[in-house]
Design a protein around this ligand. Structure first.
Ligand code: ARG
Length: 253
């Protein structure tokens, strides 16, 4: 009885100490953001090597409202979601992370901050005449491992007879699209739009969107940082700075 109580107390205490709180962040004077900076325009390395983008500017605003500085830690998406957050290695994660019910069982999400979608990207001009939902049967479709693109493709494309190929690195999937080794790659709409702008003619979007989704900021479950982030988001929507960031970073269709 006594022992099980001790074990329980230890468990509760350890889970509490993993979830960084507003008070702890203020005390250490820094908010540590985990992000996978391969996802323009949300997070990417600029020509000077610094990590920048829409998500980074929002995280900076959250840090500023808390009165602390932002420290950016680059983490691969597979390790970021959710281990970097649940282990307390970072205080928060922003990486174009889609809010899902499954993920919400292990991490806490802020309110949605960006409406996105999963779309198909094909070679410029769509020489393979790839279309969704008309024809995926017998086609090889690429996905990025551990992303919602992979989850929805497993659920929706596989039963329709598509063969899925998972890439750790989105750029490797793009190279295969360009070389015609795969029919299409599933990716997030705003990143695909950005890519089309940066590499005109090389890629095209094809068929209908696969799924609509919302991005959220990610925190450890039980942390009051999520509420703090929501206050910053509401403040930015009210004072126009959220709209200014949309205009600065996101390619409008
Ligand atoms: N929105 C997708 C997801 O949550 C993909 C995010 C990938 N982000 C990145 N920085 N690589 O799974």
């Amino acid at each position: 009885m006594k022992r099980s109580l001790m074990v329980l107390t230890a468990l509760v205490c350890s889970s509490v100490s993993l979830a960084a709180t507003v008070a702890e962040v203020k005390k250490k004077g820094v908010l540590v953001l985990g992000t996978d900076p391969t996802f323009a325009p949300f997070e990417f390395k600029g020509p000077d090597g610094t990590v920048q983008g829409f998500d980074i500017d929002i995280a900076r605003a959250v840090a500023k409202d808390l009165g602390v500085r932002l420290e950016i830690r680059a983490v691969g998406f597979g390790a970021l979601m959710p281990q970097a957050v649940t282990s307390g290695r970072v205080d928060m994660a922003m990486s174009g992370i889609t809010i899902t019910a499954e993920r919400a069982k292990v991490v806490a999400f802020s309110a949605p901050y960006y409406r996105s979608a999963q779309v198909f990207i094909v070679r410029g001009g769509n020489p393979g005449k790839f279309a969704w939902p008309a024809d995926v049967k017998g086609k090889v479709v690429g996905v990025q491992a551990n992303t919602t693109g992979q989850f929805v493709a497993d659920e929706v494309l596989k039963p329709k007879g598509a063969t899925l190929k998972a890439y750790d690195d989105f750029a490797a999937g793009l190279a295969d699209v360009r070389a015609g080794r795969i029919a299409a790659l599933v990716g997030d709409a705003p990143t695909v739009a950005d890519l089309k702008k940066r590499l005109p003619g090389q890629f095209a979007q094809a068929g209908a969107d696969l799924a609509a989704e919302d991005y959220g900021m990610v925190f450890a479950r039980g942390s009051d940082l999520a509420a703090a982030a929501n206050r910053t988001l509401a403040r930015m929507k009210a004072d126009g700075s959220y709209q200014a960031l949309l205009n600065k970073w996101i390619v409008q269709k």
